[in-house]
Write a protein that binds this ligand. Structure first.
Ligand SMILES: Cc1ncc(COP(=O)(O)O)c(C=O)c1O
Length: 263
């Protein structure tokens, strides 16, 4: 399926959120070449869209899944769904979660998830970049455009930019405070996937609204107003911050906003 393009506020929305009910948006793109039928274990916070999507993919395609979750053991809608899909969860301290390459973490993965292939946090690796490279050709008929996406770990932007036709540029909007390090992450991921870094992208770091999953009355009002006018409730963690940024910057005659998750 090629996700549709629909207009809103002078911008074309690339509705990747419609690609799959439980594996929407960039999850579909990033998992496509990461799924081989082998058991997978991955990392995320208690509300991680990525954890949810990996669990759903495991259930749909019949492979085992594991999730290493940051922080105290909790239950919520995302984790209940993951468990219902058959994902085995292990909670680790924030300190251990930060040290994903440590001997302690590798020992834990070996002991708890033997034989599982490890997928990084957010699912961002070279295979994910290759999956996101398939977005660009679906936009080629526009001739030229500025294509925007939210940035968390950088994999989506790395692949989006790498797959764009000549004449197109990509702009990412960091949803993290202090997102300056993300330039290096996108460059690292492109190098891993392509062997070089493309020059057709940049990251805006001024639209994080206080940081990851933080909001402000201004952003909440923007989400309500957008929903009233277009009947689409933007996800406050990712897509809303990108859309607010696009509206503030005026990026050009043809702007495409990638809807990377459920709205
Ligand atoms: C809905 C949604 N949009 C955007 C992103 C950011 O993508 P990336 O981590 O590839 O930068 C994420 C996190 O992966 C997400 O869940």
């Amino acid at each position: 399926m090629v996700s549709p393009l629909t207009p809103a506020d002078g911008v074309l929305l690339k509705r990747d959120d419609l690609l799959h009910p439980d594996i929407p948006g960039n999850k579909w793109r990033k998992l496509k070449y990461n799924i081989t039928g082998e058991p997978l274990v991955t990392f995320g916070g208690a509300y991680s869209n990525h954890i949810r999507a990996v669990a759903a993919a495991g259930r749909a395609l019949g492979f085992a899944t594991g999730g290493v979750i940051r922080g105290e053991p909790v239950r919520n809608e995302v984790l209940d769904f993951a468990v219902a899909c058959g994902m085995r969860l292990v909670f680790v301290t924030r300190a251990l979660y930060r040290e994903k390459g440590s001997a302690e973490m590798l020992g834990l993965l070996d002991a708890e998830f033997p034989g599982h292939r490890v997928l990084p946090e957010g699912g961002s690796n070279a295979a994910a970049v290759r999956g996101c490279m398939e977005i660009g050709p679906e936009l080629a008929h526009l001739g030229e455009a500025v294509v925007c996406c939210p940035v968390g770990t950088g994999g989506t932007l790395a692949g989006l930019a790498a797959g764009l036709p000549p004449g197109f540029t990509a702009v990412g909007f960091s949803v993290l405070k202090g997102g300056g390090f993300l330039d290096d992450e996108v460059a690292r991921l492109q190098t891993e996937a392509l062997g070089h870094v493309t020059t057709n992208w940049r990251i805006e770091t001024g639209f994080h609204f206080g940081g990851y999953a933080r909001t402000t009355p201004e952003l909440s009002a923007f989400i309500r107003d957008f929903e009233a006018r277009h009947g689409l409730r933007l996800d406050p963690v990712y897509t809303a911050k990108m859309m607010y940024g696009i509206r503030s910057l005026g990026l050009g005659p043809t702007v495409v906003a990638l809807v990377t998750g459920k709205v």
